[in-house]
Design a protein around this ligand. Structure first.
Ligand SMILES: Cc1cc2nc3c(=O)[nH]c(=O)nc-3n(C[C@H](O)[C@H](O)[C@H](O)COP(=O)(O)OP(=O)(O)OC[C@H]3O[C@@H](n4cnc5c(N)ncnc54)[C@H](O)[C@@H]3O)c2cc1C
Length: 477
């Protein structure tokens, strides 16, 4: 990476000329941009917040001309330390949070053209009056640009797919030629005119995402939710297959929650209760949700009744208990697990995936490994069982018998990721990306030829290697 030849006073006045005083932050005002949601804590040179694409272009041109490293940032909810600057104090954080004036809904096309800085919640508020939504569902409120750059998954992936599968078109500002705007794709569901270039910017970087055109979906008219307790680990897949066979058109979520995860949320997050009280939290439960769009006028469908009757049939074979109803409360419990786990101590997070047929086996072997080699650590696992994803989080509790030791964390990470990738044919990062946090595993598990290709693509996109946190081709977020 070339060193910048511009001092801070000169840079500040150049940025003021582009974005005005309101568009630049310095000193303590930068704190929220320097610390990540889970990992990443650094020092920004300055934070620049362009309000339109022309300002993004001008900032990029300035950076390219004067060798200034820049780091795109959306809502800073990323989980792999890729959205925060390093400790060098040389990186300019390019926050897209003010790039939010454009959000144009095409109701008949079921699509929306939206600026990168618009948040998921804002987008859904805008879509609601049209009976539409963007159903990527997670316990955070990311920006659309960040969602594209990380290819966000979430809890409804089995029904609606990830960001990648809903992306129709993308606008990016390039590092080379500096500041050039590239429009990739159109608001089309079919377009077989060669390589789908926009996908090279999904889950990667080396350019600034400024606008996306995404497919949105009809809001469900009915929902039915239940938290069920499987009869055994083996019963989990039998239950999922029964759902897909009998109610498959409506299955939207099938989320696993371990007893430790449920208890951590109940104990530490206000206004949560154990849905199975007065019994203890079960060892494992599954949050199931069905969604349907059938209008009452044309359909006799009562989704909750269908779910209840299905669960009755499953009693004593695949399930042994169920808490029905209050969807808001059940989802609040699900989305509070991360907060509950953080309250217990320091999380060592594993966002992994395996073929879903082996997910319960992986969780069992992972727990056995931790209990055997690291008995002072606590596993708080939960995940998107139906898509094979699991947040196999291990907590170094505040009251653990051993003091926190980064060398132990490193050994644990090597052991779990080795098991996931080598023994289970899985992925060491199911949905959060690579970033500095997972860089060593990218280098260990990605075939050398693919790393060369990624590096070549990065060289083409960003020849000075100015944009982003780490140099690993496109797979850096
Ligand atoms: C409580 C919690 C729960 C979560 N649950 C899930 C989950 O279930 N599934 C899931 O997939 N993720 C989950 N995440 C992770 C996170 O929300 C996603 O990675 C998110 O989509 C990142 O978007 P962001 O706007 O916050 O991006 P940031 O965190 O700001 O940035 C993330 C990366 O994208 C790059 N980037 C951001 N904006 C742009 C842009 N406009 N152009 C180019 N690059 C850009 C950054 O440089 C960085 O590398 C969770 C996070 C939290 C805190």
């Amino acid at each position: 990476m070339a060193a910048s030849d511009m001092d801070n006073t000169e840079l500040l006045s150049a940025l003021h000329a582009i974005v005005g005083e309101v568009g630049v932050l310095q000193g303590s005002d930068m704190a929220a941009y320097e610390e990540g949601a889970r990992y990443g804590q650094g020092r920004a040179r300055l934070v620049v917040r362009p309000a339109d694409v022309a300002q993004v272009q001008a900032v990029v041109r300035l950076c390219a001309a004067r060798g200034i490293a820049l780091l795109p940032q959306g809502a800073n909810t990323g989980m792999v330390g890729a959205s925060t600057p390093d400790m060098s104090g040389t990186q300019l954080v390019l926050s897209l949070s003010r790039l939010r004036s454009h959000c144009e809904v095409d109701v008949a096309n079921r699509s929306v053209v939206v600026d990168a800085g618009v948040t998921l919640q804002e987008l859904n508020d805008k879509l609601e009056p049209h009976g539409l939504w963007f159903p990527i569902d997670l316990g955070a409120n990311p920006s659309i640009g960040g969602m594209v750059a990380t290819n966000t998954g979430g809890t409804r992936l089995i029904r609606y797919g990830d960001v990648r599968s809903n992306l129709m078109a993308l606008q990016v500002v390039l590092m080379d030629p500096p500041g050039e705007v590239l429009e990739l794709g159109r608001a089309l569901r079919k377009n077989n005119t060669g390589v789908d270039w926009k996908q090279l910017f999904v889950g990667g970087s080396g350019a600034i995402v400024t606008r996306a055109t995404i497919q949105v979906h009809a809001r469900p008219t009915q929902r039915a939710t239940a938290l069920v307790v499987p009869a055994s680990d083996e019963a989990v897949m039998e239950l999922l297959q029964a759902f897909e066979r009998d109610l498959g058109d409506w299955l939207a979520a099938f989320e696993g929650i371990s007893g430790n995860a449920m208890q951590a949320a109940i104990d530490h997050v206000p206004n949560l209760r154990n849905p199975f009280a007065p019994d203890d939290a079960p060892e494992f439960a599954i949050l199931v949700e069905l969604e349907a769009n059938a209008a009452a006028k044309y359909s006799q469908l009562d989704l909750q009744e269908a779910l209840n009757s299905f669960l009755e049939d499953q009693f004593e074979s695949t399930i042994v208990n169920a808490a029905l109803g209050n969807a808001t409360e059940l989802w609040h419990l699900r989305h509070s697990i991360s907060e509950g786990a953080r309250a217990l101590g320091k999380p060592i997070a594993f966002d992994v995936s395996v073929p879903r047929s082996r997910i319960m086996e992986f969780c069992r072997k992972g727990r056995e490994l931790v209990a055997r080699d690291y008995p002072f650590l606590t596993v708080v696992d939960f995940g998107h069982i139906a898509d094979g994803g699991v947040h196999f989080n291990v907590i170094w509790r505040k009251d653990a018998t051993e003091p926190y030791d980064p060398a132990v964390v490193q050994r644990l990470r090597d052991a779990i990721y080795g098991m996931v990738v080598q023994d289970f044919g899985g992925s060491y990062s199911a949905e959060h990306g690579v970033g500095p946090h997972n860089l060593a595993y990218y280098q260990r598990f990605t075939p050398p030829l693919l790393q060369q290709w990624a590096d070549g693509w990065r060289d083409r996109l960003d020849p000075q290697h100015l944009c982003g946190t780490v140099d690993l081709g496109t797979a850096k977020n």
